[in-house]
Every structure is written in structure tokens, then in C-alpha cells.
Write a protein that binds this ligand. Sequence first.
Ligand code: BGC
Length: 452
Amino acid sequence: MKSFAALCALVALLPSVSAQAQQWAQCGGIGWSGATTCVSGSVCTKQNDYYSQCIPGTAPPPATTANPPATSQPGTPTTAPSSAPTAAPTGGSPAASNPFVGVTPYLSPYYANEIAAAASAISDATLKTKAASIANVPTFTWLDSVSKIPDLGTDLAAAKKLQDSTGQKQVVQIVVYDLPDRDCAAKASNGEFSIANNGQANYENYIDQIVAEIKKVPDVRVIAVIEPDSLANLVTNLNVQKCANAQTTYLACVNYALKQLSAVGVYMYMDAGHAGWLGWPANLGPAAQLFASVFKNAGSSPFVKGLATNVANYNALSAASPDPITQGNANYDEIHYINALAPQLQSQGFPATFVVDQGRAGQQNLRQQWGDWCNIKGAGFGTRPTTNTGSQFIDSIVWVKPGGESDGTSNSSSPRFDSTCSLSDAAQPAPEAGTWFQAYFETLVSKANPPL
Ligand code: BGC
């Protein structure tokens, strides 16, 4: 794979526009001046405004726009939901139940397509089979722009069909991820909305569109992780101007999301960073205070189940021994972090339970610094999603980050380049956040633990 990756890098650097980009290489996006067509057998596919990529396959019929451009539609909020849930989930009191129990996760066709394309590009038969098997592991679907919302509608309708034909209740797992001034302490995942340009109204409209899709299919369960990194940034990164400036808007937008999604019966887990972030003893108290107040300000909704930890990160749930980089923090893995945080939340009136992302946590002791988060070299797929968590506080081990999608680009000339993505423990060359990173995916497969 090394020579393949080097070839992609070389192609990406060539100034000529006449050359064709290799499979998986960049072929367009804001600021891109390289090749805009792909070698035969792959199609230049827009991933986001910053990145188009050569994806294996043939061109779709011209009429289909599989990936319409992101549009920001200033908010004329549609109907405000009534305070009574329009779609009370089944299974009794939501607060007392684990929403992952008794439901089958609906497998995202978006991720399944990524996996199928990735597996088809692998020649080693054993690795190919293992790679293809990842399509059966439930992973969350990130609604990282308004343009992805129609996919939610499609997924819900398909899940409903499956539910009706099998009699097995389905759950669609999503990540709500489109705050204005998103990713305020980093650059790799900056989003489509800005606070200065109608961001809050645009965000409310984004939430309204999600709610509208859910209302159409009220009896499929939806579980959502809410806005990775956002509230954690408000705990520790208010010294960053962009985060300080975003504070009131983040709180207003998250409050809006929690209330509107509660009203349609979505079970939610607010993102709470990870052990190496809010798990430091000095951060636990302020974190508990913030999450409890956000919970209460959203009416202490029983649909706000709790918190999501380790989203897109690499920490073990329960490490065999502390990674040396965690030195100084007794909460050296996610279980220690959760055990420390949960009672503090409880005592402040938030009876939170947790989900923990283990999608890329199969290998440990890989990083130079605990704060490194970008495409960590040598990572492997981790424990498969299960409700058998061994902890009263944890509802489910989950895979939130779709393994194989990049954390951020290593291309220093990209507007979203974050220097973390060119550190020595970051795999390179890496494409834009959220887009497919074939070499990285293949390592995740080969280093999976438990093995595939
Ligand atoms: C990116 C999103 C993407 C998500 C999942 C984030 O880092 O910013 O665009 O959907 O990762 O891959």
C-alpha cells in the first residue's frame, strides 16, 4: 500500500490538469488545481465543497444527483413541534430503558457502499473478505450537512420496510453535526454554516428538516449522537476566540436540537469528548456542570439519555494497562472516565447513561500525545457494537466514526488543513475529513482487534 499511497500523493502534487487522477485521489474541490478527471474504472465524485474524489465504479446516469451540493437554507422554521411527543417510542418509560435493547440497528447503505467499493479495490483475497464483512457492522450516519438529510429519509423508509417485513424493530443511528462555526478549536471539520452569516437560523432549519423526515416514519426508532466536540470545547477551549464567540450560539442550537428531537422521540447522547479531554480531574466538575445544565435547560427530557464518549477517538474502553501518554490522569481509559463522571452528573440531576465509540480502538499505545486525534497510524477496528457492556452506566458500545473515513486532510494548502493531521503519528497523505481513505481503511481491517 505504501507505493500506492505515494503514487496518489505524487498525482495530487502534479500541476498538470491533463493527467487523470488515480483511484481514491482528489479530483476537485475549492482551491484544487490538479486533475479533475479520473482514471478509467473510477468516477470523480463530490464529497463536499472542498473535496471530490475518484471513487471506483462507473458514472451514474446523468439525471441522478447522488450527492447534491450543500445548500444553506435560511431559516423559516417549519411548524414548531408540540411539547407532547408525536412519536412516543415503544418500550415504556424512556428514562428507565436502554434504547439499544430489543432493536436491530439498520445498516447504513451509504457506509455499505463505501465498504463495497473499498473491498473491490483490494486484491488480497483474505483481506478483501475481511474488508467486505465491515458492511455488516452497524455504524452511525453523519448528517454533516443539509445535503445529507434526504439520505435520512431514504434510510428511515427502508428501515420501516424491513421492520414490517421481518417484524424486527429497527433503529437508525445518526450523528447530528452541523453547528455554525463547527469544530471551533480545530480546522479539519469546519462546516457549512457560520455564526456571522445567519448560522443559528440555518441550523434550526437543518434540525427542522431532520424532524420532518422523522415525522414521516414515526415508528422506526432513531438514536442520535449530538454534535461531537461542541460542548467539550465550551468546557476547555474558551480561550480560543472562535469557541468563546460560539458559546451562546452552540448552547442555543444544542438546546433547540434537544427539544425538537425529543418531541419526535429521538433518543440522544450528547458528545462528551473522551478520557484524555474531559476526563482530567480538573475538567470533570466543569463538564458535569455544563452537561447537567444543558440537560435541564432542555426540560430534562427523558429522551436525552446521556453522553457519548470517545467519538472518532482511539481510547480503549478498558485498557489492559495505562498507555504511557495518559500519565498523570487516573482516568486513563473510557471506563475510568465514565465511572468518574456519571456520579457527578447524577448528583446534579442528570441520570445519564453512556455510549462509547470503539470503532477504531482495537490497537493501543499508538500516539505520541494523548491529544493527537487525526488518522492515527496503526489503528485497528475495535470491539463490535454490543449492549453487553459490563457497565451499569453504558447502554452500548457503538461505532460512531465510520472507519475508513478520514479525520482531516494532510494537505497543507487546504483551507481546512489542521497541523495535527501532519504530525508524525498521523497517517499521510490523508484526504479531507469524512472522505474515503483507502490505505487507512486497509490498516483498520488488518489490525482489527478482535480480528475480523
Ligand atoms: C467529518 C464529517 C464526517 C465525519 C465522519 C468528521 O470528521 O468532518 O464530515 O461525516 O467525520 O467521517
